[in-house]
Ligand binder design. Structure first.
Ligand SMILES: NC(=O)c1ccc[n+]([C@@H]2O[C@H](COP(=O)([O-])OP(=O)(O)OC[C@H]3O[C@@H](n4cnc5c(N)ncnc54)[C@H](OP(=O)(O)O)[C@@H]3O)[C@@H](O)[C@H]2O)c1
Length: 330
């Protein structure tokens, strides 16, 4: 099979599109023909050796796929050849034409969803859903502030915030991204490259501050939001796309009476599989009803996967970027 391979930690440009041996499923595994790959911000960090996990080289990066079952381990009874699925890939390896996965991990892809939407859905939308439902306890009528609101998981947070019935304030670095976030349902936009973020949040919440902040950016934006929270607010720590992990003077949480809540969707899906399955059922229902629709910014062939990663880490993306094996692109 073809794969995009990290031969040694270094530049994303050094990834190598080449033949790799087909993976072989163990007794509890399935073999999957990859139809689509979700590109995520950490894919670049992983290749550069800056991610929290460092698999042994050579390896194919990537952590989420959509595909069809083409092989079954001897103990596997919950999948059949031809079944369609979406999955996290716990040991990376998504940037390839085939992958072996533990049979317990993937989620069946409903018939109404094409492979491309499946590849764009799981990580970004699953994260936003878990963050807002379990961690943020977002309620109808509350005010949700979404940082990085035009990015992969930010777009999903805007749509899910509206599906829950919140008032959604999108925060983006350009007017073009804000216009996109409003198309996804955001009620209000703040361009934090131009506007004073704290003053704008206060203005749009009648001085109360945000009930829930969905923070994928960290750094200065976190510092500002930590001073713009409502009483009983929940400041959700999702990511640090700005590159700086912020520190918090914890007296702020005491004085303002809010909580800082960490979100780690991948771990959640393994630690709480039943809640995760219920989340996916709700998400699929929302997708069917049109309340949540993964937005595909662009599709790259696997042979051009380097460009896909650089597009995402270069702060350009609006929605999701996906990769497909070259033969799947007509
Ligand atoms: N905790 C979890 O379970 C979990 C799950 C998924 C993702 N994440 C994390 O969440 C973060 C966002 O993921 P994503 O898939 O939404 O990424 P994305 O599509 O690249 O969006 C990230 C957004 O962050 C903003 N940003 C601010 N400073 C940036 C910088 N220096 N470089 C790039 N972007 C910058 C950008 O919006 P503006 O230009 O509008 O500022 C961008 O749209 C990542 O750090 C990822 O690792 C965490």
């Amino acid at each position: 099979m073809k794969a995009l391979v990290c031969e040694a930690y270094g530049e994303v440009d050094d990834l190598n599109y080449r033949e790799m041996e087909d993976p072989v499923p163990g007794p509890d595994d399935i073999l999957v023909a990859v139809k689509g790959i979700g590109v995520n911000f950490p894919d670049g960090l992983l290749v550069e050796g800056k991610y929290q996990f460092q698999p042994e080289c050579p390896f194919a990066p990537g952590s989420e796929i959509c595909g069809d079952v083409i092989g079954l381990g001897s103990n596997v009874s919950n999948w059949a050849i031809g079944d369609r699925l979406i999955s996290l890939t716990p040991n990376f390896g998504a940037y390839a034409e085939k992958i072996v996965l533990p049979a317990a991990i993937p989620t069946p892809l409903p018939d109404f969803m094409p492979h491309d939407l499946g590849a764009a859905l799981l990580g970004a939308t699953g994260t936003a859903h878990h963050a807002l439902r379990q961690r943020g306890q977002l309620k109808a009528g509350e005010t949700l502030v979404v940082l990085g609101a035009a990015g992969g998981t930010g777009t999903a947070a805007v749509q899910i915030g509206k599906a829950i019935g919140a008032k959604v304030i999108a925060v983006c670095s350009s007017d073009e991204k804000l216009a996109f976030a409003k198309e996804q349902g955001a009620d209000i936009g703040i361009n934090y490259a131009k506007e004073d973020l704290k003053a704008a949040i206060k203005k749009h919440t009648d001085g109360r501050g945000a009930d829930v902040v969905y923070d994928v950016v960290g750094g200065d934006a976190f510092d500002i939001c930590s001073r713009a929270m409502a009483w009983n607010g929940r400041l959700l720590i999702v990511g640090f796309a700005s590159g700086r992990i912020p520190e918090l003077p914890v007296n702020l949480t005491l004085v303002k009476g809010y909580s800082v809540v960490g979100v780690f969707w991948g771990q959640f899906s393994q630690n709480e599989p039943e809640v995760h399955a219920a989340n996916m059922r709700e998400l699929f229902a929302w997708v069917k009803d049109g309340k949540v629709t993964p937005v595909i910014d662009s599709i790259y062939p696997l042979s051009k996967g380097i460009d896909a990663i650089k597009y995402v880490t270069g702060r350009h993306v609006m929605g999701k970027v996906i990769i497909k094996p070259d033969e799947e692109i007509s």
